[in-house]
Design a protein around this ligand. Structure first.
Ligand code: GLN
Length: 304
């Protein structure tokens, strides 16, 4: 195995320069103006050392990567009771699909598709003001990253509040089935702000350490729960691209439409990559290629 800085430099010089960068998400107007030329990659190793290349210090909208932190909070708050409201099966459908909800009486397939994540946020919110939920979420993320300089981008949150009609449809449908405790506007207000958290790859890779079992990482979640969150990231973290990601990369990962991906090599590394252009499943195109190359060069895989 070559050393990590050499591998990262090689990834930046090949994948990072690729001309075919995918499409930047434009259904949230505020994200449409992000420059697709950005590329950042950061790796924190088990010994605590961190190695980064490209735009690893530039903050981006973490979007659905936030669903991992929200799930960790929800499991801490509700434990296994959460699973009466949301399943643990891959959906095989787009992140914002409503199709399965009717068959499954308003119970979403998993916590990482939008419907499932809205239920998770709703469960933690449980009658509190969105401000309190967001304060708790930010405290969790800042503690995980050991970095108080992590914020919510209000413009991105507002932009999605104005255009998030599909998420409103999902929330109202679930409320109709009795699977949303709070008024949809309240839950979605919290959910849109959660998605609008901004972090750099440097910060996100550090925030992911609690999922890799690093000896010196903040102990935010029990080891048993860490394994389960990783299992869900592996089976559901990339929506209808989850099987493909598992096949190509072989590590649990969670993507967001901002073009970020958090990837965990258990016991070895926490990895964050950012390239805003997306593939057809709404996952970062070059981000996937970058972690595929990283996994191949390092031999990191949960499959032996
Ligand atoms: N905020 C986005 C949405 O709900 C998150 C989706 C994503 O990152 N895949 O549509």
């Amino acid at each position: 195995m070559t050393d990590i800085p050499t591998i990262l430099r090689a990834i930046l010089d090949t994948v990072g320069q690729s001309a075919d960068r995918g499409q930047v998400a434009d259904y949230i107007p505020e994200l449409a103006s992000v420059d697709p030329a950005h590329f950042g990659l950061s790796v924190v190793l088990a010994d605590g050392s961190q190695h980064s290349v490209g735009d690893a210090a530039v903050p981006f909208s973490i979007q659905s990567v936030s669903k991992v932190f929200a799930l960790a909070l929800a499991l801490g708050r509700l434990g296994d009771r959460l699973w009466t409201r949301v399943g643990r099966e891959p959906s095989g459908l787009a992140f914002n699909s409503i199709l399965q909800l009717e068959h499954e009486k308003g119970k979403p397939r998993n916590p990482f598709i939008n419907a499932g994540a809205i239920v998770v946020t709703d469960a933690v919110l449980a009658g509190h003001a969105p401000r309190e939920y967001l304060g708790e979420l930010l405290r969790f993320i800042r503690a995980a990253a050991e970095d108080d300089d992590i914020h919510i981008n209000e413009d991105v949150a507002r932009s999605e509040t104005e255009t998030g009609h599909r998420n409103f449809a999902l929330a109202h449908f679930m409320r109709g089935h009795g699977n949303l405790q709070n008024p949809p506007e309240l839950t979605l207000g919290a959910y849109f702000h959660q998605c609008a958290v901004e972090m750099s790859c440097d910060q996100l890779a550090r925030a992911g350490r609690f999922l890799m079992g690093a000896p010196d990482a903040p102990r935010l979640v029990s080891p048993d729960r860490v394994r389960r969150i990783n299992a869900l990231m592996m089976s559901c973290g990339h929506y209808d691209g989850s099987g493909e990601f598992a096949y190509r990369v072989g590590l649990p990962g969670k993507s967001g439409v901002g073009g970020g991906i958090l990837v965990i090599a258990p016991g070895r590394a926490s990895i964050a990559v950012w390239s805003p252009g997306l593939n057809l499943q709404g996952n970062s195109k070059l981000g996937t290629e970058a972690v595929e190359m990283l996994a191949r060069r390092t031999g990191w895989s949960v499959f032996g």
